[in-house]
Design a protein around this ligand. Structure first.
Ligand code: FPP
Length: 241
């Protein structure tokens, strides 16, 4: 079972088009899949679920669609925070908050505070998030540590640098899922996906159900994760364990 699952929820627009509906209807239906996948993840015992809700690049969509999505996040969060709390879920948002409305930021901060003490699954929503943005903000923080004399340039290594990235306190991403049939990362977690297993599904996000997630988890269970080693080395290690 993966400890950390990250999902690119793609295909809302195409789902809506297939139904002869506006794109917004696809996003609304997508919100229902979010709920189903959260519940199945809790049931399956996943420790961290990271959902890519809005990328740095999504700001260039038509203004009407952007404001619909922002409103959808605001309403969903306001409505669901009680449920998250009841399920013991710890809620967090990753991404560049400086682009978000103060009302949305306030609602996010309130939900994070309210659920901070929970010990169940961590639910991370990536909003206004980009993998490159994350690496750049980590570089800025690292540079500041050096300028303040708290870190020497020679001590910058993978470990110290990665501590400045988003969710460095959480387990590494084990399983990276993308729905909607496209075979790309689209600037989602870049550094953090270094050793993730990838699973691409043709299913459009609004059709992605608890069963679809179980299929992905079963597929993951059959992967051999070698982290650069050989199967034989892993065999030896497993034999000892
Ligand atoms: C990608 O599909 C989806 C998005 C950019 C938005 C994600 C939003 C949701 C899943 C809905 C609500 C989420 C929460 C957390 C309440 P697309 O629009 O790119 O689809 P397309 O590729 O078919 O056009």
């Amino acid at each position: 079972m993966p400890r950390h699952v990250a999902i690119i929820m793609d295909g809302n627009g195409r789902w809506a088009r297939q139904q002869g509906k506006p794109r917004q209807a696809g996003h609304k239906a997508g919100a229902e899949s979010v709920r189903a996948v959260i519940e199945e993840s809790v049931t399956a015992g996943i420790e961290v679920l990271t959902l890519f809700a809005f990328s740095s690049e999504n700001w260039s969509r038509p203004e009407k669609e952007v404001s619909f999505l922002m409103d959808l996040f605001l309403r969903a969060l306001t409505r669901e925070v009680k449920l998250l709390q009841e399920q013991g879920i710890r809620f967090r948002v990753i991404g560049n908050r400086s682009n978000l409305s103060s009302k949305l930021v306030d609602t996010i901060v309130a939900a994070e505070k309210r659920t901070a003490g929970n010990s169940g699954m961590v639910l991370q929503l990536a909003v206004s998030y980009g993998g490159r943005w994350d690496i750049v903000q980590a570089a800025q923080k690292t540079a500041r540590l050096v300028a303040d004399g708290q870190l020497s340039a020679d001590d910058i290594d993978e470990n110290s640098f990665s501590q400045q990235l988003s969710f460095s306190d959480l387990p590494e991403v084990d399983l990276f899922i993308r729905t909607g049939g496209e075979l790309r990362i689209s600037n989602f977690i870049l550094w953090q996906a270094a050793y993730a297993e990838f699973y691409f599904s043709d299913t459009l996000w609004p059709d992605f159900s608890a069963d679809s997630l179980r299929l992905a988890l079963n597929d993951y269970a059959n992967r051999e994760r070698r982290f650069g080693r050989t199967s034989e080395q892993l065999g030896v290690k497993n034999a000892k364990a």
